[in-house]
Design a protein around this ligand. Structure first.
Ligand SMILES: [Zn+2]
Length: 285
């Protein structure tokens, strides 16, 4: 068994074929967890999960990039590029609490965390950081109240990839809540080890399969203990080789497992079983 511990089949990129995409994953013994990025996509992830007896689960959250400005993303639907605009959302603790409690398919909270990637001269970075920290801290409290693990997103600014991970670690230490995963890990080895020391899992995507600029993440995979690693696609983004540049899907998580196995010199079955059990331990599905 495999599990894609982080994907977004609740996003508009799968508007017309979500069922087929999930069907392909389940048919290849791959379970999946759909992650919300705002209220509407969090509602959709629950609706999707409720259509399946087992193997499809939901995590509800509000991604830091949706906290301050409206965002227009270019999405390919049925081979056509479309601009999709997402409205800025204010975090409402009680609304998310009610949503998280509304279904037994909800196994975690997220995405939540910090994102500095969009910062530029036009952005009041201190004000944005303050809002992101406040909402992240509120999600940590909610996780504590509902006993749900956190799916943490962190992305550095264009010229500092690592500082954001230290900020996340500092906020986590201050709260004393150590139950979750640092998804799509892009920090350094020291930071990965600190997350693990606090009790977190580290999530790796198709980035580990890339032929260029993957040396650091590959060396981190080699160093970390297998019982602290989760694998994920982050679909529709970050398709692994040889599908790089195309729309991603959960069935491709096998290619991430294969690469982790190769890097750690282990049989793929061992990596599949371990990462499946790690996800089960964390999300309790
Ligand atoms: Zn994601």
């Amino acid at each position: 068994m495999l599990i894609d511990s982080h994907c977004h089949i609740n996003f508009s990129a799968y508007k017309n074929d979500a069922q087929a995409v999930i069907g392909r994953a389940l048919a290849s013994d791959t379970w999946l967890i759909n992650i919300g990025s705002q209220y509407s996509t969090s509602v959709r992830t629950i609706k999707i999960a409720e259509n399946y007896h087992q193997g499809v689960y939901a995590v509800v959250g509000l991604h830091p990039i949706h906290l301050v400005d409206d965002i227009t993303e270019s999405v390919v639907i049925d081979g056509q590029k479309q601009g999709i605009t997402t409205k800025r959302e204010e975090f409402d603790y009680d609304k998310y609490k009610a949503l998280a409690k509304s279904s037994t398919k909800v196994v975690g909270l997220g995405e939540t965390g910090l994102d500095y990637f969009y910062f530029n001269e036009a952005v009041d970075t201190e004000a944005h950081k303050k809002i992101q920290r406040k909402v992240f801290t509120d999600f940590i409290k909610l996780g504590q109240e509902l006993n749900l693990p956190l799916v943490i997103h962190a992305r550095g600014s264009k010229n500092d990839h690592y500082g954001v991970y230290d900020d996340v670690l500092e906020i986590l230490r201050a709260t004393g809540v150590f139950f979750g995963v640092a998804h799509c890990f892009g920090g350094n080895l020291r930071q990965a080890q600190e997350f693990i020391k606090l009790g977190f899992y580290i999530g790796f995507t198709g980035l580990v399969t890339f032929k260029s600029q993957a040396e650091e993440v590959q060396s981190i995979v080699k160093e970390l203990p297998l019982d602290k690693i989760l694998i994920e696609t982050d679909a529709p983004f970050l398709s692994p080789e040889p599908y790089r540049g195309q729309r991603n899907e959960p069935a491709y998580v096998k290619l991430v497992a294969q690469k982790v196995a190769e890097l750690k010199n282990l049989p793929i079955s061992e990596v599949s079983d371990a990462t499946f059990n790690n996800a089960k331990n964390l999300f309790k599905f």
